[in-house]
Design a binder for this molecule. Structure first.
Ligand SMILES: NC(=O)c1ccc[n+]([C@@H]2O[C@H](COP(=O)([O-])OP(=O)(O)OC[C@H]3O[C@@H](n4cnc5c(N)ncnc54)[C@H](O)[C@@H]3O)[C@@H](O)[C@H]2O)c1
Length: 447
């Protein structure tokens, strides 16, 4: 049987091809429609760092607005996008009248705000992961998009999803290469230990709008530490602090859990349990294990899904396969064997009594899932044609809601039963407070 997302991916390719050159836009007319090649009018929020990985695709469109709290970063981006207007406050930027779509590469603490404000203005969005920092934030953005999904195109920025290995794993799991699926463990080995927020140090340069950088988060004094990283990896200077990020859960966890999510057709869990190093109210844990129960779906039973980080690891099914050598990977366990993988490679390990693999028939060549092409370009094309993307906010949102719920379970220190329909913990009323973030006065999540 052809599986759901194979169909959607195939029909996307077909729709995109059929629509090439056309401009069938569910949301109506694009502002950039009458420019050569039907360009999109794009606002780029967070103009440097991760944004630079988007420049190549964006140069072929109309970048009409650049927003960054660092004026030097604005000036640097302006060399590539000379026509764009400049902003330091994304709230003002989003009110520019000719925007079709937003590419959001700002720090994590602003994602849900920018997501909600953009959806309210009917902008298509490419949102870098994670999408939000609390269960409440991620649910709000997902639900807001679901109401407008027939007219707005969104992509959750987990670009590794385009690697062919993701779909080869999906095919092996769903075609029964390890028998009936029982569990999936995922892991990441990055360790960025910090004792607490860095102390105040020096004065913010005049070109940096530090108060806007803090944005909706509780105030912490300036230190150059938050800005000392390499472009594209500066998030590693702030994403371990609770008020600015969710540590590796939202960082490499977003990408690594994506290998599993793509293969298992994941949905919100019915429970979450987590344990690791002692809770630090300032810094997210380095070592952490999170375990979720996922309900059955139409092709597999209920399964356990886990995330291990910072030294915590699942046990290898084979002593000769050293999982520690795979920095970020996944281990699928089935009734007939295991599949171990990284982002790019995979190893199939049939159990001893199933080693002839006669239970498994590989799919015919014509049913192999077609490559999706460039991940960012898929979104740009879909904005123009009304096509679909691979990681919309339903797909990426449910995955991130589960991951961030795991951090709430870690803080609660007990197994939380979760009702995905209402977004409530049902066995510990107080833990529902852990599903929210508090904001500085003056910042509105929905605007
Ligand atoms: N998909 C990936 O592989 C990947 C890789 C790295 C980072 N990211 C994500 O991209 C985002 C940015 O990460 P980064 O390492 O580039 O961070 P960064 O600290 O370098 O910030 C990115 C840019 O945003 C600007 N900025 C900061 N606060 C802003 C605000 N409130 N409004 C407008 N601009 C603001 C910064 O000056 C900088 O130019 C993060 O959400 C991160 O999780 C994704």
């Amino acid at each position: 049987m052809e599986k759901k997302s194979q169909i959607s991916r195939r029909s996307f390719v077909k729709t995109a091809a059929a629509g090439a050159g056309l401009m069938i836009l569910p949301s109506g007319t694009l502002f950039g429609q009458n420019t050569p090649n039907n360009r999109l009018n794009i606002a780029l929020l967070g103009a440097s760092g991760r944004a630079e990985a988007h420049y190549e695709g964006l140069i072929r469109e109309n970048v009409v607005a650049l927003c960054d709290v660092d004026e030097n970063h604005l000036a640097k981006a302006a060399r590539h996008f000379p026509e764009a207007k400049h902003y330091v406050d994304w709230r003002k930027c989003l009110d520019q009248k000719d925007i079709d779509a937003v590419v959001c590469c700002t720090p994590d603490s602003t994602h849900a705000f920018i997501g909600m404000w953009s959806l309210n203005r009917d902008y298509h969005i490419y949102m870098e992961k994670p999408l939000g920092l609390s269960v409440e934030e991620i649910r709000l953005v997902r639900e807001a998009w679901m109401k407008k999904k027939d007219k707005l195109v969104v992509q959750h920025g987990t670009q590794r999803h385009a690697k062919p290995n993701f779909d080869r794993i999906r095919e092996l799991i769903q075609d029964g290469a390890i028998g009936e699926l029982e569990s999936v463990s995922t892991w990441g080995n990055r360790q960025l230990p910090k004792p607490g927020y860095p102390p105040a140090s020096g004065k913010a340069p005049a070109t940096l709008h530090y108060d806007l950088w803090i944005g909706p988060s509780p105030y912490h004094p300036y230190t150059p530490d938050y800005f000392a990283g390499e472009p594209g990896a500066n998030c590693l200077q702030w994403n371990m602090y609770w008020d600015f990020g969710a540590g590796q859960v939202a960082d490499m966890g977003s990408h690594t859990m994506d290998i599993a999510w793509n293969a298992i057709d994941g949905s919100l869990p019915t429970s979450a349990y987590a344990f690791g190093e002692e809770y630090n109210p300032e810094v997210t844990p380095v070592e952490l294990t999170m375990i979720f129960e996922l309900p059955a779906n139409d092709w597999r039973p209920a399964i356990e899904v886990s995330w291990h980080q910072g030294g915590a690891m699942p046990r290898s099914p084979l002593s000769s396969v050293d999982l520690d050598k795979i920095n970020h990977g996944a281990l699928f366990k089935g009734s007939k064997g295991h599949l171990v993988c990284s982002f790019d490679d995979r190893i199939l390990i049939p159990s001893e009594d199933s080693s002839d693999m006669t239970y498994y028939t590989p799919r015919p060549k014509e049913e192999i899932i077609e490559p999706m092409g460039n991940f960012q370009q898929q979104w740009i094309n879909a904005c123009k044609t009304g096509g679909k993307t691979s990681c919309d906010f339903e797909y990426g949102g449910t995955k991130m809601e589960m991951m961030i719920l795991g951090l709430a379970a870690y803080r609660a220190g007990e197994k939380l039963d979760y009702d995905g329909a209402t977004g409530r913990v049902t066995n510990n009323e107080a833990a529902n407070e852990l599903l929210k973030r508090s904001y500085r006065p003056g910042w509105e999540l929905i605007g």
